[in-house]
Write a protein that binds this ligand. Structure first.
Ligand code: ZN
Length: 424
């Protein structure tokens, strides 16, 4: 008897919301233990998962030359392989992959940042080409996160209550996905770009310690103002310093993006909102009226890119109940810049301008690249007749095969519809 056990059922599993999981169970591909949250794959589910993993592995070898191995999935094991073989085998020893615990994991080394980005994005393209066969609406989000040069998250739409879900945003106009910490890689028109530079003037704004109150008093739009947030950064040695972070008044700062910036400037530091005594001891009594002109010595300043090149901002006056108008980028302030923008519901889509709506996304894979030193990892190097060679950058990827198979079952009908449509 060589028949596969495929217990198809007409009843969906109890208390399960995940459409992929429901389809998987009803088609006899798996069983779900709702107590432990474990998905048990039955023969047909298991073989589907394996064949998708095979497809991925073959494409990554074929296109990217990534060698599939089997070992404990620890960074040390794979690093030791790269160290062992890189001197004599160069390229071939610079990238590896393995399947472990329903995950396909990839490791790669690169000679510089560009090389790392190029290798990571090439692997991402290969993964996408296979994913699109199984998950029609698969796409990547580019996100900002600490300890990375860049990071892509591969996702598709799903419903609330699904496994491997994350909160996302989608543009109903162009169907692009985003999430809170999506990288902002678009041009922004500088504020008041068509105007001349006004002089800086102090204006009395009694009680206007929030942007809505300020806008009401002066009859201006929030985008004309500058939102300032003060944080205390605590370096690994315990040294505290103030960080003055700012963004356009109609936008908000993403804490994860700020963390990524702080990590890049103050390695290993932690941060929190500054306490009022800390602000007073540096700025004096300013209570909600902090601005970028005349910031005390030793306060580190960073601005979101939305402020670059802007003119005539209304900013805090650094004394209670006063603001300043006519504050111009370059002339009056020019701090460090970073992508700090928090993506939020109903913000216009940066691709097409349609307001974004919240959606549930299923996270299928992550691909990131970084400098080994950014994470305190050792740098791969070797010596040969030409001297020392170094690969100080790395990239890593992880594909959740479990999330993949759930989406595969969830999208089965959509995939079939696409197939039929194609034949017409
Ligand atoms: Zn759009």
């Amino acid at each position: 008897m060589r028949e596969l056990f495929i217990p198809e059922t007409k009843n969906p599993p109890a208390k399960v919301k995940d459409a992929g999981l429901i389809a998987l169970v009803m088609e006899g591909g798996g069983a779900y233990n709702s107590k432990s949250g474990e998905l048990i794959l039955l023969p047909i589910g298991r073989s589907t998962l394996n064949s998708i993993a095979e497809d991925l592995g073959e494409a990554l070898l074929e296109t990217n030359g990534i060698q599939q191995i089997d070992c404990s999935d620890s960074d040390e094991s794979v690093s030791s392989l790269a160290e062992r073989y890189v001197r004599d085998h160069g390229e071939k020893a610079l990238s590896w992959m393995l399947v472990s615990g329903r995950k396909l994991k990839l490791w790669g080394w690169a000679k510089d940042e560009e090389d790392a980005k190029m290798r990571a994005s090439s692997a991402a393209d290969t993964i996408r080409s296979i994913m699109e066969r199984y998950i029609p609406d698969f796409d990547y989000l580019l996100e900002v996160s600490p300890g990375t040069v860049n990071r892509m998250v591969g996702v598709c739409r799903t419903g609330k209550g699904s496994l491997h879900e994350m909160e996302g945003l989608m543009c109903p106009g162009c169907e692009t996905y985003f999430h809170r910490d999506s990288a902002y890689v678009y041009e922004t028109e500088p504020v008041n770009s068509g105007c001349g530079m006004e002089d800086v003037r102090d204006v009395h704004t009694p009680g206007a310690h929030t942007i809505p109150l300020l806008c009401e008093q002066l009859g201006i739009d929030p985008s004309q103002t500058l939102k300032a947030m003060l944080y205390t950064v605590i370096s690994p040695g315990g040294k505290k310093s103030l960080l003055f972070a700012m963004i356009r008044g109609d936008k908000n700062i993403s804490i994860n993006k700020l963390a990524a910036y702080i990590d890049s400037k103050f390695r290993g530091a932690v941060f929190r909102k500054a306490e009022s005594e800390e602000i007073v001891s540096s700025f004096g009594e300013v209570a909600g009226f902090c601005g970028p002109i005349g910031v005390p010595e030793g306060v580190h300043m960073v601005a979101d890119r939305s402020l670059v090149g802007g003119k005539n901002f209304v900013v805090g006056g650094n004394r209670p109940d006063y603001h300043r108008t006519g504050c111009c980028w370059g002339r009056d302030f020019e701090p460090d810049t970073a992508d700090l923008l928090l993506f939020e519901e109903s913000m216009p889509c940066p691709e097409c301008g349609t307001p974004m709506v919240p959606v549930q996304l299923r996270k299928i894979c992550t691909i990131e690249c970084y400098g080994s030193e950014m994470r305190g990892e050792s740098v791969l190097s070797c010596r040969d007749k030409d001297g020392e060679r170094r690969w100080p950058y790395r990239w890593k990827a992880e594909v959740s095969l479990e999330a993949l198979i759930l989406s595969f079952y969830e999208k089965k009908e959509k995939r079939l519809r696409n197939e039929i449509f194609k034949d017409d």
